[in-house]
Design a protein around this ligand. Structure first.
Ligand SMILES: Nc1ncnc2c1ncn2[C@@H]1O[C@H](COP(=O)(O)OP(=O)(O)O)[C@@H](O)[C@H]1O
Ligand SMILES: [Mg+2]
Length: 237
């Protein structure tokens, strides 16, 4: 059951890029939100049923004022959330800003339907899926394939965060025949040339044609005089 109660949450701050929410009943919250983490989504609505969707950025324990008798056995938490979009009149997710009447009065954890709406809003025939949402693996993340492949892409992250894995996954999915192609019995006509300088993609593409130093033959006539000189004349500097 998604948490949905004014007794659990209280909104403290509403700013264009930050909404602070106090979790007053931590026990009830834990029960309702067993897989709630940083990066989870919240739905914040006002009386007129306008809803914004916010992404949880951090948790902290609320400091009680000195001398206060707030019970330390059941501390309340503060969630910092960043608004990322809103639900329009049809309940469809849109990125960007939306005014919300202040104070908003209802906070709930975004359910599967909302998450699917955020990530699966691409037209059916343009969908290109290569990932699932880490917080909810049942939610597929679809991008518009036409837009995705007609632009340059950079995969960034620290070492070990999974960049090479992501690239391999994107390419594997890119050469897979689509459902429509499978139905019509045609092959996927994608051609990919991969410069694998560290030799790390070999196992990800077992059926690919591989060229390496041993199998690559460069004819002399392909090289110009400088390249031939570099190769055959030892420099004495
Ligand atoms: N989506 C993923 N889920 C779980 N483990 C992953 C995922 N992507 C990569 N890994 C693991 O993380 C490690 C580092 O991944 P890698 O793609 O080599 O990182 P990078 O290229 O960013 O240094 C590998 O051992 C890989 O198995
Ligand atoms: Mg790598």
């Amino acid at each position: 059951m998604p948490a949905n109660s004014t007794e659990i949450f209280r909104i403290l701050t509403v700013a264009p890029n930050l909404i602070q929410i106090e979790v007053m009943d931590a026990d009830q919250f834990k029960q309702d939100a067993n897989d709630f983490t940083i990066g989870s989504y919240l739905k914040i609505s006002d009386d007129s049923n306008t809803s914004i969707i916010a992404l949880v950025q951090s948790f902290k324990i609320k400091e009680t004022s000195s001398g206060g008798t707030a019970d330390s056995t059941n501390p309340s938490f503060i969630l910092d959330a960043q608004p990322i979009g809103f639900l329009d009149d049809d309940g469809k997710f849109k990125r960007g800003g939306q005014q919300i009447a202040i104070p908003p009065n209802n906070v709930s954890i975004a359910d599967d339907t909302i998450l699917k709406g955020i990530y699966e809003s691409v037209d059916e025939d343009k969908k290109f899926c290569f990932a699932n949402l880490a917080q909810k693996p049942s939610v597929e993340i679809a991008v518009d394939g036409d837009k995705f492949f007609s632009k340059h892409i950079a995969v960034v992250g620290s070492t070990g965060s999974g960049k090479s894995g992501t690239v391999a996954r994107i390419l594997q999915e890119g050469i897979n025949p689509t459902a429509d192609q499978t139905e019509r019995g045609v092959l996927n006509n994608t051609h990919i040339l991969l410069f694998d300088l560290h030799g790390e993609y070999k196992t990800a593409f077992p059926k690919s044609k591989k060229l390496d130093v041993n199998s690559l033959v460069l004819p002399y006539w392909l090289m110009n005089s400088e390249e031939l000189e570099e190769m055959f004349i030892e420099s004495n500097v």
